[in-house]
Design a protein around this ligand. Structure first.
Ligand SMILES: NC(=O)c1ccc[n+]([C@@H]2O[C@H](COP(=O)([O-])OP(=O)(O)OC[C@H]3O[C@@H](n4cnc5c(N)ncnc54)[C@H](OP(=O)(O)O)[C@@H]3O)[C@@H](O)[C@H]2O)c1
Length: 289
């Protein structure tokens, strides 16, 4: 009999984690999922509730797992949780836990645009997290995603809320582009990266097949609704982001959008051998949003 895989997922209540846990559970993978708050578990899933990933029982429960998929991360800072503490230091802690627990492999979601040359605090925290992983001696796969979309992702939720208000705001020209990838493809790639050696010790862009300007994306997203689309000056968008923590776009949302980062979809497609869904085609066939 083939031994079933045992996989640990951190940040279990997050958008990608929820989709991933469902997918893995349907594949009869043994899951151990960790979250700060209680959550409903799937078939074959052990749950661990931990506020800071420091509890003594974690090590015992995750011992000898085949992989740990680290999905804790923040894209907005506050006085209670900043990038260094959550994106970098917690990753360091999870890497150490993985080593102690003799877990073979760690999978991490970094960000498209992360590089040693970056000057952006968010990307620096992700770069430093990547270093913790690449220097750990564990097998790893690091993904650098563009916008991962699906039911209830933050980016789409934000656009849906704007549609409800009757107007979508485009910061600046809207000519910067994004490479959205659907979460149903993301969970497949992550699973492949656990089970296929060809993903080992690689850093891979996690981007979809379409490269589309933000303006066009917003038009397609809101097609069929009576939403007005309004461009505002970048200065006004940043002003709002700096002064209002609940603004549509946070400071780093703007930095990432305007940064206009490009990823290599062909490389991902060749490596994963997955037939990716085009988000534009999903729009056309009304399967998304
Ligand atoms: N979605 C995207 O388009 C995208 C793009 C690029 C990179 N990523 C990266 O992919 C990963 C998962 O993203 P996601 O979209 O699923 O994000 P998400 O829905 O915000 O989930 C992130 C999870 O991180 C955990 N977390 C947040 N703050 C924490 C804290 N202070 N202490 C401990 N845990 C904390 C939470 O898990 P619990 O509530 O379960 O504790 C949260 O649900 C993140 O690292 C993100 O940076 C995502």
């Amino acid at each position: 009999m083939v031994k079933s895989l045992k996989i640990v997922v951190t940040g279990a209540s997050g958008f990608i984690a929820k989709n991933l846990r469902k997918y893995l559970s349907e594949k009869d993978i043994e899951l151990i999922s960790i979250s700060r708050n209680d959550f409903k578990n799937f078939k074959n899933e052990i749950k661990i509730i931990s506020k800071n990933y420091n509890d003594k029982n974690i090590l015992k429960k995750i011992q000898n797992s085949d992989a740990l998929i680290h999905l804790v991360g923040i894209g907005k800072q506050s006085v209670n949780s900043d990038y260094d503490v959550i994106n970098t230091d917690l990753t360091k802690h999870v890497v150490n836990l993985s080593k102690k627990a003799r877990i073979k492999k760690i999978i991490f979601l970094s960000g498209l645009g992360v590089s040693p040359n970056t000057s952006l605090g968010y990307f620096i925290s992700k770069y430093n997290a990547e270093k913790q992983i690449t220097d750990s001696g564990l097998e790893f796969t690091i993904f650098r995603p563009s916008y991962i979309v699906g039911k209830d992702d933050l980016f789409s939720k934000n656009l849906k809320n704007q549609i409800k208000s009757g107007e979508i705001i485009i910061p600046g020209s809207g000519t910067y582009s994004i490479q959205p990838i659907h979460v149903s493809d993301v969970v497949k790639v992550i699973f492949e990266s656990v089970s296929q050696l060809r993903f080992n010790n690689k850093i891979i862009d996690l981007v979809g097949s379409d490269n589309i300007t933000f303006e066009k994306y917003v038009k397609l997203f809101s097609k069929g609704t009576k939403t007005k689309i309004r461009k505002i000056k970048l200065e006004d968008a940043y002003h709002e982001a700096i002064r209002n923590s609940k603004s549509n776009f946070g400071i780093d949302d703007l930095n990432i959008l305007i940064g206009n980062f490009k990823g290599n979809h062909k490389k991902l497609s060749k490596l994963s051998k997955i037939k990716f869904q085009s988000v534009l085609e999903l729009f056309q066939s009304r399967r998304f949003p």
